[in-house]
Design a protein around this ligand. Structure first.
Ligand SMILES: [Zn+2]
Length: 375
């Protein structure tokens, strides 16, 4: 049975890094006896450890506790169209290691084979045995059905109704989450979104996806499709989109959009978005015009989202943010232009703090979260 108090005490220790029994009892409104009993259980299960003492009032020393980071680990994976990002988190949520590998064959069988080989390799090369892995969190660029976690539609991988979980050989629990949702959770748990109740993560990649946090929780929608702002119409009768509609936001604001527009203007098509970024960084005129176009449409879309949801924070993630101030100012200007002034007053616009690790960290964070519920 789920022990809510045990979970609360553990989270209190985790959030405060180090803390005494007395302070935990005060913060949670529990009796010191209850807290003491739970602390003993958590100590016996090696979930927490004592870490010195602090002087409390009356001169008595009180023992301090912290999460035992080696109690278990979570693997977070961000499955992208051309690469896989791995993150290993310890039980306290610290990053133990990260790794990136290229992905050449996007078929579900090939991806499963790569993951089946690379997950245990990644764990073992960090000196950790697979038995210590509490679970694997997978961020994927598509819509994920909430209960079955089947990947229903991932246009950039050309996947439909793929049960990736069933293709993986790991014995540990596997959680599958949309990559933008995972990134939103990543920024909320480990990045710029800590302590923020209402935020939107905008993932700008080959498509555009959003993760919505409302009242500190991920908002999934009725059929788990919330956040698909990439397919809101910004140009009726506009360019065709992979979803079958026309004029979707991602056709005008994604990395693909930038590459297509650059090709139309210059006759040169880049396979890698990094090549476009490089041209932009050296101040090439065509690249700069394309960046203006992308910034304009990012502003239109984000403005629409902000007008509808009134969040406190919008986090923009993706390789485009690597250009820093060069694009930030352009996007901010456009967001201001398209956002109601009243929604703008308390709004913060930030680039992702975790960058390419946001999704993988959020997915791993979900694994830790589930493990904490089962303490
Ligand atoms: Zn679309």
């Amino acid at each position: 049975m789920r022990n809510i108090n045990k979970e609360l005490v553990f989270r209190c220790i985790k959030d405060n890094l180090i803390i005494s029994k007395k302070i935990i009892a005060e913060k949670l409104g529990l009796s010191t006896t209850t807290v003491a009993t739970i602390i003993n259980e958590l100590l016996a299960g090696n979930k927490i450890q004592s870490c010195g003492s602090a002087k409390s009032t009356g001169g008595r020393k009180s023992i301090l506790y912290e999460v035992n980071p080696t109690s278990g680990y979570a693997v977070g994976i961000d499955l992208q169209v051309d690469q896989i990002v791995y993150v290993l988190l310890d039980f306290a949520g610290n990053v133990v290691s990260t790794k990136k590998t290229d992905l050449t064959d996007k078929s579900e069988w090939a991806v499963a084979a790569v993951l089946n080989k690379e997950i245990p390799e990644f764990v073992v090369e960090n000196g950790i045995s697979m038995e210590k892995i509490l679970g694997i969190g997978l961020g994927v660029p598509g819509t994920v059905h909430g209960q079955s976690e089947i990947i229903e539609f991932a246009p950039n991988l050309e996947w439909e109704n793929v049960n990736l979980r069933s293709l993986l050989k790991c014995k540990t629990p596997i959680i599958v989450e949309n990559e933008a949702n995972a990134a939103a959770l990543g920024e909320k748990g480990f990045g710029v979104g800590r302590n923020v109740a209402n935020m939107v993560y905008v993932s700008v990649g080959m498509g555009v996806g959003c993760g919505i946090i409302i009242d500190h929780k991920l908002f999934s929608g009725t059929s788990f499709n919330a956040g698909e702002f990439g397919h809101m119409t910004v140009e009726p009768d506009g360019l065709p989109c992979k979803c079958g509609k026309r004029g979707c936001w991602e056709v005008y604001a994604s990395n693909n959009a930038a590459l297509n527009l650059y090709a139309a203007k210059s006759g040169e098509y880049f396979d890698k978005f990094e090549d476009f970024i490089q041209r932009l960084m050296v101040g090439e005129k065509i690249a700069s015009e394309v960046a203006d176009h992308i910034a304009k449409y990012l502003g239109v879309g984000i403005g629409n989202i902000v007008n509808g949801l009134n969040p406190q924070l919008v986090v923009i993630g993706g390789k485009i943010t690597e250009t820093g101030d060069m694009i930030y100012d352009k996007i901010l200007q456009q967001i201001k232009y398209h956002t109601l002034r009243r929604s703008m007053t308390e709004l913060e616009i930030q680039f992702s703090a975790l960058n390419s690790k946001a999704s993988a960290m959020g997915a791993a964070g979900r694994v830790l979260d589930e493990a904490i519920k089962m303490l």
